[in-house]
Design a protein around this ligand. Sequence first.
Ligand code: SF4
Length: 426
Amino acid sequence: MNAEAKPLPFPQRQYAGTSVLRERGQREVFCGLTGIVWLHRKFQDAFFLIVGSRTCAHLMQSAAGVMIFAEPRFGTAILTDRDLSGMADPNDELDRVCATILERRPEISTLFLVGSCPSEVIKLDLSRAAIRLTERYSPQVRVLSYSGSGIETTFTQGEDNALNALVPWMPDTDERQLIVVGCVADIVEGQLRSCFERLGIGPVHFLPGASARQLPGVGPNTQLLAAQPFNGTTIRALCARGAHLITAPYPFGAEGTTAWLAAAATEWDVSTERFASVTQPLAARARLALAKHKTLLAGKRVFFMPDSQLEIPLARFLKREMGMELVEIGTPYLDRKMVSSELPLLPPDVVISEGQHVEKQLDRVRAAQPDLTVCGLGLANPLEGEGLATKWSIELVFTPVHGYEQAADLAELFARPLVRRSRLNV
Ligand code: SF4
């Protein structure tokens, strides 16, 4: 630490909470293809080619419906019956489709081949196809592959798998730097960059940034700060290249954002005075904006079904800053490394469940009659039909919710269904 530096808030503690309820059974989540919806908007120079069925194409058209009016940076190479039955070699067709895309879209410098359930079932080796196509189109175009299939645990793993595919292409560096890992909206990236700059932390890179081609370096002096809790595979791959993970709560709400920035500030020996002068006005404004939603949310009981892996940080925000009661926090996969700073901030007796047996979990929802259930689209309508207020969890991934400026927007996402239901009940 430098001479004027003093300890910053939020020391790390060990989680001493209750055990985790593990369930295995039918799951109700989207597949990893969904991540393309936000990743293709982030990367300006990449194209996502799904190698899948008509079902996969329909999912993407529904999930990113408005984009069909523009020329989107994603598409589907549809596997036909002849491919699926082994009568034709899908690689020939794949090569032809890639050639057409790259001819039409000369601005594309990275082409992702995205695996699906059908491509995995017929054991189509997209990693070999990517090597073959990279040899053909290098140096103008790099072809990478990853899995977006529904065989994975949950839909946010699509982002993790895509970012993980980029790690081998990141050059070595010894530069002292910070990489923020996890997709955030451009507006959020700008705000966070401004905070880091005023704190004297840098250079700062974001993964993903605007380019899938111009990647930051990585090495022993690289510090990682996770913006999303679901990128554990990417974080581990970066750590294997020598980088270090700064463990921190996630930047949701005023408290979470302060703790997240404080963790980086500690690494960069930022003084307490400087940290306070940058963050206190922003945190105060965020708390003020949160107050009107707290009036509505405090004391209300919330149940998280497992969906996005954002559940634990969001539950912490709703409990500590909004005063909500946590009935159950379901998460599709509990990556303890990625939430090690979140777990100690939860009440010690909180119920955390990992995985899903949807029927058993729905029984618990019905028995508990929570004021709000956070769940996937497929469960929301039936629960609404039973008189329960719901929040679509996928909105929490699509909407800018990180940082001080978005704290009230995040709270409003949870408040809106309660307001709507109270109006319907009048
Ligand atoms: S990848 Fe699998 S789960 Fe996803 S749309 Fe295609 S078939 Fe369905």
